[in-house]
Design a protein around this ligand. Structure first.
Ligand code: COA
Length: 719
């Protein structure tokens, strides 16, 4: 058992921080959380900080205070795991709680002695706000600082909107708070938010030396502190620009816009009045749907990271990979693998396909060089680790072989059976399929326990999700190896059970069939797209199918619908009608919409006047106008039901993974947190009630027995 040795110089010792006398008149407040990996601001920390400040106030001989961290980072911010309980308080109680925490920082700021922060590592959110309450900030060159709250659907609540504009000016504060980006040491001092940047191992010494200067009166710390009390000089241009940027997102992500208005309102207020306004504005925003969802996404993401880490410990190391099937997809996978340090053999039967694959990898590397993320020399080295070839030589050395040939069951089966003969006995064999059964593909393999599905999303470099599909014979080791490799590639792997469409495309299909039903009932596809884009989707379902490619989307819908004949039918699918008419979407310039390439080479979406006439063939009742709410329900409810079924069928282990898969794989609106959190937000009772309205539209709107039970018992997917 660890015992804390309290020395005579210890003034206070808690579980998250301690206060020591380090010189006769200088104390050090050191954040050193012992029950977790990082320093964070939870209820315990605030209590202990308050105790430490009381100890400082009683020590009248003190002349200066150093604020530091004994961990790798400084303080990562408020404890996000406490948000759900905290934000469940009613708005007034929440504002009062936040105001109470803010008052502790104010008590630190008002100590009658100079205070210097030694920012040795990340200081984010409340962690940076803590440093802003001190007189000077010395930052390590490797550290990062920032106010990332808007990314969590909230705004700075511990004085950030009050102190940053008073210290660094309104333009800087607006920029930092609205963008939420973390700033590296090269950017922070220019903005005036930190005073000095020094090498990591010098931070504490330099901060202490600065503190001594202030104690000796050679640094006018009182003048600096007075800035914290002065009104902010309003910068009308910066304010206007921030208003413009934030207004666009405000409907679903209100935090940034609310922070801008708060800063405009509190600019002339006294510090304490401004802090009170901040607590009130924070509490209002913390009650928004985005706040609940985005904090939930952070927690889901942490869970996925933990699972991948755990799998890495149980999987076999992957030192070399072979990809069968070059082309755009194979080239993208090869690039991603090589970039992250795993060499690749790229094998195809056609030189032409190898050329396309290598050109794709080269193009992606060039982009990295152009963006300044890679030197040309490093890009050349990475490219050299991709070996294009027409033969199987060396494939026996690969720890993982990814088949990425055409999406045709018979061809894939033949290729898999052939490559298995060239693989090492322990190599994992993975098929990159979006819609074919892993169980069926495993038939004919001699080592089905080594076989797994590995579904990359297109375009590979941009899409974080990889579905890792476990077939009935797939071993735990094969799954763990694939998960670990996907994580090493920088992807987010999610393990799913084999079923038609796996997880993401299965749920997508329910949504696209909801769209098909709307069109059949006379809806205007442009109106449907507009309603769903306003609801938060990056693109509506018609536009999405144009982007995916009508032939691909049609294949996915038809094959998956056939897998669930009790509730899905691909008959009269608008995408199939357009594909039959040769309208393949962006790839041939005509789908639901028409596309022109603009001067930057980007596809520009234009109306295609004849689409309505073509779709009228599917609309026996003629055109009809739908309200936005009905459009949303008729597409979203089938998704929610399919998501519920995936949970009930054990397709995925947890609600967190399901929601993350849809966010990462499909661009599901983040402010909703994923289909299951959205269902929780609506309440299952409401979901079931709304489904009843569309009962006549078929089984796509029939809630499961479990959903009805959940509705009756007011159960939710997330605690
Ligand atoms: N609250 C609670 N826990 C947090 C946290 C926070 N604000 N920030 C990080 N953590 C925890 C993580 O859950 C993880 O815990 P675990 O090891 O038990 O799983 C640990 O700190 C390390 O985080 P991780 O993300 O795995 O490490 P990283 O080095 O990749 O990134 C950060 C570190 C701090 C940059 C990143 O975690 C982050 O951005 N956190 C959020 C910071 C933030 O938004 N702060 C403002 C809150 S208002």
């Amino acid at each position: 058992m660890n015992h804390i040795i309290l020395s005579e110089t210890t003034m206070y010792h808690g579980t998250t921080l301690r206060l020591d006398l380090i010189e006769p008149h200088v104390a050090e407040l050191c954040f050193d959380r012992r029950d977790g990996p990082v320093n964070k601001l939870d209820r315990t920390t605030f209590g202990e900080l308050s105790n430490a400040l009381a100890a400082i106030r009683t020590a009248s001989h003190l002349e200066g205070l150093l604020v530091s961290s004994a961990r790798d980072g400084f303080v990562v911010g408020a404890d996000i795991y406490e948000f759900a309980a905290l934000f469940a308080l009613d708005e007034d109680a929440l504002a009062a709680r936040i105001r109470g925490y803010t008052a502790i920082f104010t008590a630190l700021e008002d100590l009658p002695l100079p205070i210097v922060s030694a920012i040795n590592g990340v200081a984010l959110g409340g962690g940076f706000e803590l440093a802003l309450a001190t007189d000077y900030r010395v930052m390590a060159d490797a550290a990062r600082v920032g106010l990332p709250e808007v990314g969590l659907g909230i705004m700075p609540g511990y004085g950030g909107t009050v102190r940053l504009p008073r210290i660094a000016g309104m333009a800087c504060a607006l920029d930092w708070i609205v963008s939420g980006t973390q700033r590296r040491a090269d950017a922070a001092p220019d903005a005036g938010a930190v005073d000095l940047v020094v090498p990591q191992d010098r931070v504490r010494d330099v901060a202490l030396a600065l503190l001594r200067e202030a104690i000796a009166g050679r640094e006018d710390w009182r003048a600096r502190r007075r800035r914290h009390h002065q009104p902010v000089v309003v910068d009308p241009a910066a304010l206007e620009a921030a208003r413009l940027v934030t207004a666009r997102q405000a409907a679903h992500y209100p935090a940034a816009s609310a922070a801008v208005e708060l800063m405009a309102k509190s600019a002339s207020a006294s510090r304490d009045a401004a802090l009170t306004l901040e607590s009130q504005a924070f509490a209002a925003i913390a009650k928004s749907q985005a706040a609940a969802s985005l904090a939930g996404l952070f927690i889901n993401d942490q869970l996925l990271k933990k699972k991948a880490k755990n799998d890495s410990a149980h999987g076999r190391p992957v030192g070399k990979v072979a990809i069968l099937g070059a082309g755009i997809m194979g080239g993208g996978i090869a690039y991603q693998s090589a970039l992250r340090g795993t060499p690749v053999i790229m094998k195809d039967i056609a030189q032409h396909a190898l050329d396309i694959g290598m050109a794709e990898a080269g193009k992606l590397l060039d982009k990295q060089v152009a963006a300044g993320r890679l030197t040309q020399a490093k890009a050349d080295l990475v490219k050299k680790t991709i070996t294009p070839q027409l033969h199987y030589d060396g494939v026996d050395q690969a720890d993982l072989v990814i088949e990425a040939v055409v999406e045709d069951q018979a061809i894939k089966q033949a290729v898999l059976a052939e490559v298995e003969r060239h693989c090492g006995p322990d190599a994992v064999l993975a098929s990159n399929t979006s819609s074919l059964s892993i169980t069926a593909l495993a038939r004919g393999l001699r080592r089905p326990h080594n076989f797994v599905g590995m579904h990359f999303f297109n375009p590979v470099p941009a899409m974080a999700l990889v579905e890792v599909i476990r077939g009935p014979h797939t071993s735990g080791e094969a799954v763990a190896t694939t998960v670990a490799y996907a994580a090493a590639m920088g992807k987010t792997p999610i393990v799913v059970q084999d079923c038609p469409g796996f997880l993401v495309n299965r749920i997508l299909t329910a949504y696209l069939l909801g769209f098909a039903g709307l069109i059949q009932d006379g809806a205007d596809f442009e109106q449907v797209d507009a309603a769903l884009e306003a609801f938060g989707w990056p693109m509506g379902p018609a536009y999405l199918q144009d982007v995916i490619g009508m032939d691909t989307a049609r294949h996915v819908v038809e094959i998956i619908a056939a897998g669930y004949p009790d509730r899905m039918s691909a008959a009269d699918n608008p995408g199939s009608l357009l594909a039959d008419a040769g309208r393949l979407g962006q790839k041939n310039g005509l789908g639901f919409y028409r596309y022109e390439t603009d001067s930057k080479g980007k596809a520009r979406k234009l109306a295609a006047a004849d689409t309505h006439a073509l779709l009228a063939r599917l609309q026996p009742g003629g055109p009809r106008t739908f309200g936005a709410a009905e459009i949303v329900d008729r597409t979203m409810l089938p998704m929610l039901i399919e998501a519920a079924l995936c949970m009930e069928n054990g397709v995925v282990d947890s609600a967190a993974e399901l929601d993350m898969a849809l966010i990462l794989g499909l661009g599901f609106p983040r402010y909703l947190g994923g289909p299951l959190r959205y269902a929780d937000f609506l309440g299952m009772h409401t979901v079931v009630k709304r489904c009843a309205i569309y009962a006549d539209d078929g089984a796509l709107y029939r809630p499961t027995a479990r959903m009805i039970e959940m509705a009756a018992a007011s159960h939710t997917y997330f605690a």
